[in-house]
Write a protein that binds this ligand. Structure first.
Ligand code: C2E
Ligand code: CA
Ligand code: CA
Length: 656
């Protein structure tokens, strides 16, 4: 699965819950803020309007008193004024010096609860107090005063549904005379006031509760969906068990918790010849076997260990171990317990182990490393369990670097053609050359083909490289011919990877013909190992190439698994004796005999002989005695850049 896809699924699995939580918190905060603010405003306005009512009453009482007092006795006037107003029980007259002149009612003035209306009025209006309209009062100020008063709740006296009552005294200046009047009023808050007050908040509260319930339900639903998705995300389609996503996530968690104190190893366990099994018994049966292996392995691992099916016949394991031998023994036992899972078949398993370094959490990379030893184990190898080592990692790094850079290298012409001359034994003059590639890497310097050709052979890039080399040689030969130089045949290596295409001969011919060079100046080297692939394609291709007029040589003859049969079936033009013939101790002369006989044999088959890797004068002399045609080796010359070859080959005396 691609990284971006994986990210999207992870987001789906992990996301959104926090949004609901944040939403819920926001709703709560908003609710509390709105409620607090609303309450303050509503309570304020209720109390203010009540206080206003009280004030109006007090004002009326004051006016009634003033009207009556002008007519007669002060006491009578107070009584008369009060009789008309419910809730006003006490009244008191004070002169300009603050002395109480008269009082009506049974309560003393509660000085602490006196609201001196004068202090709430602008200075100018003071004289004209009788005309003050209610709205001119600073109600908020008044209200704050009320609320700050240390009032006590009176017993609810015969007032139906009265929930609160506040007694306070208004002090009002008397019109037309010095002195003030104190009027005691009672402010009542009724249940109806409270209901009105809270009805607004009821809707508010209901809304908040609904939103919170919706959020909670959404979170529950999300959790359920995520559980389902997680299960799906972690499930392997073949075994129904865990897949590699689970392996990576779970291993990270286990290593985080336990990795510091215990040794862990990541194991890549692979069934050997799974493909053969599927070929014999079918893919369905193969998948069932994988499922069985998984089930059996599941019973063999501990709680703090992890197992997953990686791909095809590979399983990933994270295992704890005390000692390396202990882990090896355990894995051997596992293999033992797995081998009889399919009746009538002995199953075998290869295992690579990567010891997890403390603190490392890059599981994907470590699993990859665990698999590296497997690539060097053959299906029949004795060694079935192998620890990863550092060289494998370096190789892999190198391989990755080569693969990353190869396309750029060919486009930027970083591959350079080197030529190694072939010398004739008679006259010891340059009679040919072999084109050998070098890579002028921008950071790694000049690279030998051994460092990259095997990688290109694995990944197929060798096809492009060989085409490039053939083209470059054709171009070079054409240029030299045009300059009137006396060129020698140059051989180019054709990797065995090419022999999958049936039109290979036409393809090569096309590349060369683009430069209009005579075919006899280009030779094609095939390695003997190409013989083990599709023989018919090889034979057909060789025939076609020869018909086109190219010489074809068998490279590395005698190296690896040589088969004389290949000489019988392939009518080649040149035989290149591998350098191995000339290496090592030959005190008994056996190598010499074989070389001699190989040359005789080739001669009888009308082939020319090139001996490779010749480093000494003795070897040259011996080969000349045996009638070897050409010699390629460090004794005469190493592979060299084209300009050096040009200088060497086209000086008058060097070329035959
Ligand atoms: P090869 O085709 O067998 O080439 C001969 C190799 O032996 C060359 O190594 C050459 O430098 C080396 N050699 C020649 N004389 C001596 C000697 O006296 N002593 C020693 N020790 N070595 C000698 P090189 O150039 O490193 O190439 C290695 C291999 O890489 C080649 O072996 C060939 O298989 C492959 N290769 C090189 N260039 C190409 C190419 O363009 N295409 C393909 N497909 N393979 C190539
Ligand atoms: Ca060669
Ligand atoms: Ca060779």
């Amino acid at each position: 699965m691609s990284k971006s896809k994986e990210k999207r699924i992870k987001k789906l699995r992990d996301g959104k819950v926090w949004r609901h939580l944040v939403g819920m918190i926001l709703v709560l905060v908003l609710y509390v803020a709105i409620t607090a603010l609303g309450l303050e405003l509503s309570v304020g306005s209720v109390y203010a309007s009540k206080a206003t009512q009280c004030y109006c009453t007090a004002l009326d009482v004051k006016r009634a008193y003033e009207a009556r007092a002008a007519l007669g006795d002060m006491q009578e006037a107070m009584e008369g004024a009060l009789n008309n107003y419910l809730g006003v029980k006490n009244i008191c007259i004070e002169d300009a010096d603050g002395a109480i002149l008269s009082q009506y009612g049974d309560s003393e003035i509660d000085m602490e609860h006196v609201i001196d209306i004068q202090s709430y009025l602008p200075e100018d209006d003071y004289e004209d107090i009788g005309e003050i309209v209610v709205e001119e009062l600073d109600y908020n100020e008044l209200l704050r005063h009320f609320l700050a008063l240390d009032y006590h709740t009176r017993e609810v006296d015969n007032q139906l549904f009265s929930v609160d009552s506040i007694d306070f005294w208004y002090k009002l200046p008397l019109s037309g005379q010095d002195g003030s009047i104190y009027i005691q009023t009672t402010m009542r808050i009724y249940l109806s006031d409270v209901i009105v007050l809270f009805s607004g908040f009821g809707i508010n509260t209901l809304l908040a509760v609904l939103i919170i319930i919706w959020n909670i339900l959404s979170i529950i639903r999300l959790f359920r969906e995520q559980r389902k998705l997680t299960k799906l995300f972690y499930t392997d389609a073949v075994t129904g068990g865990y897949n590699m996503h689970y392996f990576y996530d779970r291993s990270r968690t286990v290593l985080k918790r336990k990795g510091k104190r215990r040794n862990y190893g990541i194991v890549d366990l692979k069934m050997v010849k799974y493909r053969n099994f599927c070929t014999c018994y079918g893919v369905e049966e193969g998948m069932e076997l994988i499922e069985k292996i998984y089930e059996r392995l599941r019973g063999m691992i501990g709680k703090q260990e992890v197992l997953a099916h990686a791909e095809k016949s590979d399983f990933a394991l994270l295992l704890q171990y005390e000692s390396e031998e202990g882990l090896i023994n355990r894995l051997e036992n596992m293999a033992e317990l797995l081998k009889d899972l399919y009746p009538g078949q002995k199953l075998s398993f290869n295992m690579g182990i990567y010891p997890v370094p403390k603190g490392d959490r890059d599981i994907e990379c470590m699993y990859n490393y665990a698999g590296l030893p497997l690539s060097s184990m053959s299906a029949d190898s004795e060694q079935r369990i192998c620890w990863y080592d550092e060289a494998m990692k370096q190789n892999q790094k190198w391989e990755r670097m080569v693969e990353n850079d190869m396309q750029r290298a060919i486009e930027q012409k970083e591959f350079q053609v080197y030529l190694q001359p072939k010398y004739s034994t008679k006259g010891e003059k340059i009679a040919g050359a072999e084109a050998l590639v070098r890579w002028q890497h921008p950071t790694e310097g000049l690279l030998s083909p051994y460092k990259f050709i095997p990688i290109f052979e694995k990944n197929g890039f060798i096809l492009k490289l060989d085409d490039y080399m053939i083209t470059e040689i054709a171009r070079q030969q054409a240029e030299w011919i045009a300059q009137g130089k006396q060129v020698v045949p140059i051989s180019v290596n054709v990797s065995r990877a090419h022999f999958t295409r049936s039109d290979l001969a036409e393809h090569i011919c096309g590349l060369i013909d683009a430069f209009h060079v005579p075919h006899e100046v280009i030779e094609l080297e095939l390695t003997e190992s190409a013989f083990f692939d599709d023989r018919q394609v090889l034979i057909d291709t060789v025939r076609k190439l020869q018909n086109y007029g190219f010489d074809v040589s068998m490279d590395d003859f005698g190296a690896g698994y040589s088969s004389l049969n290949s000489l019988k079936e392939l009518p080649l033009d040149v035989l290149k004796l591998d350098a191995e013939f000339f290496r090592g101790d030959d005190s008994e002369g056996r190598g010499d005999v074989i070389v001699g006989e190989a040359i005789t044999l080739a001669k009888k088959l009308h082939m020319r002989i090139v001996a490779e890797g010749i480093e000494t004068r003795e070897q040259v002399d011996s080969l000349a005695d045996k009638d070897c045609d050409l010699i390629q080796g460090y004794y005469f010359a190493k592979p060299m850049p084209i300009n050096e070859f040009e200088a060497k080959a086209f000086s008058d005396s060097s070329v035959e």
